[in-house]
Structure formats: C-alpha cells, structure tokens
Design a protein around this ligand. Sequence first.
Ligand code: AMP
Length: 386
Amino acid sequence: MSDDFESLGVGGTFRRALGDKGYIQPTPIQSQAIPQLLQGKDLLGIAQTGTGKTAAFALPLLQRLDDANSRPKPRRPRALVLAPTRELALQIHEELTSLGRYTKLRHAFIIGGVSQNPQIKCLAKGLDVLVATPGRLLDLAGQRHIDLSEISVLVLDEADRLLDMGFVRDVRRIVAQTPKTRQSLLFSATMPNEVARLAREILDDPVRVDVSPKQLTVKEIDQRVVMVGNGDKQRMLEHLLLDDEVSRAIVFTRTKHGANKVARKLEGAGISAEAIHGNKSQNARQRALRNFKNGDAWVLVATDIAARGIDVDSVSHVFNYELPHEPESYVHRIGRTGRAGASGAAWSLVDPSERNRLRAVERLIRLSPAEVAVQLPPRDRRQPPA
Ligand code: AMP
C-alpha cells in the first residue's frame, strides 16, 4: 500500500494544506480509500472517529469538485455530507475548511438549534459542499431553500448513529432527492443489520474498507473496574480524578440529568468540569467543548450521543460513571483516550446491579478489565455545598 499522499493521487493544492496541518503519513483508511474515491467509486467505510476517516473522504471529495471546475448554483450544493450530531457536522466542516484552504471551493454547515437565516443566505450564494444534520436539511428543503438535484457526491457519516438517533426515514427522504448518478459513501463504526440494509440501498457496487480498530484499541487501553455502590460513585469519582496521573478526563453518564448532576457536584468539590449533552443549546455545547479543549475545565461530563464526534487530544482517562446500555458504546467511550498511539486509561465504576452489563461488555471486547479495590478516603466532614 502506498504510504504518502502524493502516491495516493492527492494533488499539490491539497498536499500543501496537509503539510500545514502536519499530516505527513496517510492513516490506513486514507491509504485504502483515497485512490478508490478519486476514481469515483462508491465506498462502505467501517471506521470510527480517530481513524482519520474525515480526511479520507474530504480530500477526494474536494479534489474532484475542484478538478470539475464548475461553479455551484444558488441553492444547489454540489456535494452533501450528512452527520448525526451538530458537533460532528462542525468538525467535518472544519476539516473541509482547512483541507480546502488553497481552493476557491465554498462550504458551509447547517444544523438545528440555531437561526436558519444565515444558513439560507449561505445556500443562496451557492455551495460546493454542504455539511448538514438531517432535520434542519429537510426543513430547509421543504421551504425550497435547498435543492438537492445537483448533488454529485453524497456522504453519510456515522450511519449507525444516524439510525440510532431515529433519522432513518429522514435519511431515505434526503437520498431520494439526490440524483441516482451520484457517488455515494457510507461510514459507520458498527455494521448492524439496518446499517447494512441502508448501505445496500444507497451504494452502488461499493469498495469496502474496514479499519474497525476494536481489538487493537481496546487492548492498548489500560482498563479497570472498580466495584462501588451507586451511592458512593460520586465520591469515588472525585477520589480517582484527583490522582496525579489524571490530566484530562471524560466522564460518561447514561442520562443528561446525570451528566449535569455529576458536573455540578465536581464543581462543588473544586474540580473544574463541564457537562455536554443534547439538551444544551448549541452555544452552550460549543462553550463547554472550548473550555475543555483549552484546559479551563479538565473534566468533561458527557452522554454517549453528545460525545460522539468529539475530538480532543490527550485525554488521559475515561471514566464510566455508569456502564452504557449498549456494549458497543463502551468501545466508543474508551476510544476517546489512547488516541494516535498514546496510552490511555479507562475506569468503570460498577454498581453490583450493573454486573450483567459488565459481562456484555466483556463478551464484546473479549477481555475482562482488571477489577481493582480502591479504598475511599474518609468522608470530609466539611461537605462542600451540593
Ligand atoms: P477523524 O477520524 O477524521 O475524526 O480524525 C481523527 C484525528 O486524526 C483528527 O484529529 C485528525 O486531525 C487527525 N488526522 C487525520 N488524518 C491524519 C493524518 N494523516 N496524520 C495525522 N493526523 C491525522
């Protein structure tokens, strides 16, 4: 397999942008996908965030649009990337912007939860690439601000999550409005039946690239289980977070309410934390992420859905305040640490009632995280305010 971007067929304009970003070696999904996509093939990519999948589709997408040398018409974008969450849409948009910086290609993202007027203006000017979440896209298409009849490339990113979040009908409606002659790409971290069915409907004789890192990633992460009753979890979490080894951590809770509560109590204990979940406004979510990225808060408390697509380097520890319902989510969660070869640690706080969930996780990852006994420090008599 080729191991530089030039031999994959990436042109000088984009190699310059890659150099600015410090991407020197293509990742495995980039090596496998880029030449095929440049030839116009459809692609089924089994890959999760952290593999470099965004650049794997963004580079050939931008290069083909740039080579075609045509200008976008008002309201008729030339390419569409569908993403399940606003955070992911934003990250894709940022990647497109940096990789396309030496071209004249225009791109924008449209997401729900913010005013539609600037989005309508952007669409009216004409876009080469539109990144969107399904709800707002259909909304604007229904109002005739978007016409999908000129879409030449369609990308569905994190298809499993799109389906999990109940977007399957929306996705089908959107696809139906695009031309059949389009190039189609579908990326998914997992391949449950519904995703496989959607892939069959949408893709035409696709190349399949599987870089699912399950075994590898999971093995590289130091995983521990601490058996602790629900009533002591908060105290245990605070105790573990204050270990010197923990420099930046993501704590996962099952519910939005739980995320808020844990974050509030951490703040009360003097640990600067931010919560991120789907009930927060777009601005509040961006602010929380920014504070976490720049180190103002070193703990991020998140729900599974909100955390998908968040890409923050050097997370030293992931804590599972509760185990997830879906064992696959455990793999996604712990994949937030130990990125790009760095070592990472994942600690799960497990109440005895969660034993079955733990077994399900162990079956999936084919590994039993070490169970460690951690002594809780004596209760502080000066309880901080709740
Ligand atoms: P993704 O899977 O697209 O979310 O990318 C995960 C992370 O890898 C992001 O921080 C990218 O900026 C980074 N990345 C993607 N491709 C490369 C590359 N070829 N070399 C170095 N970093 C990369």
